[in-house]
Design a protein around this ligand. Structure first.
Ligand code: B4P
Length: 227
């Protein structure tokens, strides 16, 4: 199995996940999976799923786990030869995080690390209202709905920090500053993640080599004429 770089880009609404994902896919050639973008495409197409998701998103709430997990599963199946994935806005609940680990494990891979963009609430509200004016995105145009999204994040998504910390995969990144400065912080972390994965692969190879040498020693004792 080839090494895959699978990153969870984490952070509250407006933290810069979508913005930084674009820079990261350009640099690393990873497949970008944004559940927010996929849902907005479904809404634009007027599919059944889109109609269901529209109302929930416009209230600033999270779409059901079954729907988003199913979406991610089919996207993983469509991209079997990928060098890796950036998960942007997914997972957002504990059930989604467990499902993602299961899906990746079935494919012989896993999450390399969670990179969490940390930004305070007032800055988030400011950024999203500015985007709302320019894009007309309904969930970005009303301060009450933006605050509802931040509340959903604090209640249902923030606990995932612990889930990834317990696996030694949580990395905090200061999300305030210029887009270029934050990108450099993310790249530094990815260099670290890549080195960590190379080291683990080397350790596995060494363990295997050690076993092979031991096998030779045993064979030498039992039947020296065979060697
Ligand atoms: P998403 O599409 O994931 O959107 P988001 O969290 O609102 O924004 P994002 O974080 O990507 O925005 P960015 O910082 O790039 O979710 C929308 C909705 O979809 C959710 O509320 C939910 O209903 C539903 N949904 C999605 N995934 C789901 C899931 N897994 N489960 C259940 N429901 C789900 O950009 C924000 C703005 O800040 C931009 O205008 C950008 O230009 C600006 N900005 C970025 N970096 C900046 C910086 N350093 N300085 C100043 N401004 C910056």
């Amino acid at each position: 199995m080839e090494k895959m770089l699978n990153i969870v880009l984490f952070g509250p609404p407006g933290a810069g996940k979508g913005t930084q994902s674009e820079n990261l896919i350009n640099k690393y050639g990873l497949v970008h999976l944004s559940t927010g973008d996929i849902l907005r495409t479904e809404i634009a197409r007027g599919t059944d799923l889109g109609r269901k998701a529209k109302e929930i998103m416009e209230r600033g709430e999270l779409v059901g786990d079954d729907i988003v997990i199913g979406m991610i599963e089919s996207k993983l199946d469509e991209n079997t030869g990928a060098k890796g994935f950036i998960f942007d806005g997914f997972p957002r609940t504990a059930a989604q995080a467990v499902a993602l680990d299961d899906l990746l494990q079935k494919k012989g891979t896993g999450i390399s690390g969670m990179l969490a963009l940390e930004v305070d609430d007032e800055e988030l509200v400011k950024r999203l209202l500015i985007r709302g004016e320019a894009s007309g995105r309904p969930d970005d145009r009303n301060e009450g709905i933006i605050r509802r999204r931040i509340e959903e994040y604090n209640n249902k998504t923030l606990p995932l920090k612990n889930y990834y910390s317990e696996q030694g995969k949580f990395h905090s990144i200061n999300g305030i500053g210029s887009i270029d400065e934050i990108f450099r912080l993310l790249v530094d972390r990815i260099i670290f993640l890549n080195a960590e994965m190379d080291l683990t692969a080397l350790e596995t190879d060494l363990e295997h080599l050690d076993l092979t040498i031991q096998d030779f020693d045993v064979a030498d004792e039992i039947a020296p004429e065979l060697l």
